[in-house]
Design a binder for this molecule. Structure first.
Ligand code: ZN
Length: 160
């Protein structure tokens, strides 16, 4: 079948930046499965995959607008060092999960001084042009149960 809304897509992929550095790859965690059209992957990749079938290979470049968004400097925040559980162990590059009204957010420590810590709430790939090489391995319709759970069951997905 062709990839369309509510198809379960299984694919291998390699993601590179403008310089050709590998940012992510299915070689690490195995083939990746997701349900198309429920916000599980970035819009630019969904658009590129629509109409493709198992066996298709594609290379697609995606701007931040269709990827993880532009960087927003308003998401840089200074936080008192003592607000962290282990204030002595803080280092630039560490990532933390925070909970706020908008839900769970990942923040990255970008600066540390004796009093405060600067965290960046931008997605690590915000503002980055994304270059995907994709091989579609399998396409099938999602089951009712998968759609109600919002994730894929079985190989490459949830087991429960
Ligand atoms: Zn489930």
């Amino acid at each position: 079948m062709q990839i369309a809304k509510h198809a379960v897509v299984t694919m291998d992929y390699t993601l590179k930046d403008d310089e050709g550095a590998v940012l992510d790859s299915s070689e690490n965690g195995g083939a990746f499965s997701f349900i198309l059209g429920i916000g599980g992957i970035i819009p630019g990749l969904e658009k590129a995959l629509e109409g493709k079938t198992a066996g298709d290979k594609l290379s697609v470049s995606i701007t931040p607008e269709d990827g993880y968004g532009a960087r927003d400097d308003a998401l840089l925040q200074s936080v008192p060092r003592q607000q962290f559980d282990s204030p002595q162990a803080l280092e630039v590059g560490m990532q933390f999960q925070t909970q706020d009204a908008q839900g769970t957010q990942i923040v990255t420590v970008v600066a540390v001084d004796s009093e405060s810590v600067t965290v960046d709430g931008n997605h690590p790939l915000a503002g980055v042009n994304l270059h995907f090489d994709v091989e579609v391995l399998d396409v099938r319709a999602a089951t009712e149960e998968e759609l109600s759970h919002g994730h894929v069951h079985g190989p490459g997905g949830h087991h429960h």
